[in-house]
Ligand binder design. Structure first.
Ligand SMILES: Nc1ncnc2c1ncn2[C@@H]1O[C@H](COP(=O)(O)OP(=O)(O)OP(=O)(O)O)[C@@H](O)[C@H]1O
Length: 226
């Protein structure tokens, strides 16, 4: 594993799922890794068409499902955040944060809620989609701040957020003090100004660009997809 690399996926690794037919088990491969992938602290975007295997890839990196073949190594505390917060809808963000954090971490979570204009006293089930996302985003930031080195795997964390909040969140990511690698699934590349690399899935292959082809990552994305 290269120095400063927090995530390493060896070439030949295959991501997908297994189905069981009555007489045998069948591997359904969604993503193959032809060239090894290494990435370190910073913001890494995972952008690919619907149904191409992004969530499956992220869940495998999180250890929630096995790789069909090959290995994945993470040299960091791994935290996975699904695309939706699944908790008791009656729970309020304040109670949620108090269940997870105390002391300085709890204070940091409550401060972030204020910064992002999240009501701590509205039941989570009554919050809008964007406001529910804020609970997840705050959770992720405080978790990252608690570890020396973290790998945050986030499935569409910016979905549902208004433009101002997106701006604030990407700013928070850029200013984070602890060495954190964020691998973030997203669909709207336009809202990201600064990122360290872009991963995509094209024709079932994982592709990784560490330099931007044009003024935005969109051009890089298009060239990797072609
Ligand atoms: N355990 C499973 N059993 C059956 N099908 C599965 C399983 N896991 C994933 N799939 C299928 O694999 C495909 C890829 O799913 P995945 O959710 O990883 O894609 P995605 O790129 O995240 O999609 P989206 O952008 O729409 O969220 C989908 O067609 C999905 O239905």
């Amino acid at each position: 594993m290269a120095k400063d690399s927090l995530l390493h996926i060896t070439s030949g690794t295959r991501f997908g799922y297994r189905t069981r037919l009555p007489w045998k088990r069948v591997d359904r491969c969604l993503v193959e890794v032809a060239e090894e992938v290494s990435a370190g602290a910073g913001l890494h975007l995972l952008v690919a068409p619907n149904g191409s295997g992004k969530t499956t890839l992220l869940r495998t990196l999180a250890g929630l499902s096995p790789a069909l073949q090959g290995t994945v190594k993470a040299e960091a505390q791994v935290h996975y955040f699904a695309d939706e917060l699944r908790v008791d809808p009656e729970m309020k963000p304040r109670t949620f944060f108090r269940a997870w954090f105390s002391g300085e971490s709890l204070a940091a979570a409550e401060k972030l809620a204020e910064t992002l204009r999240l009501s701590l006293t509205t039941p989570i089930g009554k919050l809008s989609r964007g406001n529910r996302q804020k609970v997840l985003l705050i959770m992720a930031e405080v978790k990252a701040a608690q570890s020396d080195t973290s790998l945050l795997l986030m499935d569409e964390p910016l979905t549902g957020l208004d433009a101002e909040t997106r701006e604030q969140v990407t700013q928070l990511w850029a200013e984070a003090k602890t060495p954190t690698m964020r691998l973030v699934i997203m669909h709207e590349l336009e809202c990201v100004r600064q990122a360290d690399s872009l991963l995509t899935i094209a024709h079932g292959r994982l592709r990784h660009a560490t330099t931007r082809a044009g003024s935005t990552w969109m051009e890089t994305y298009r060239s990797l997809q072609s």
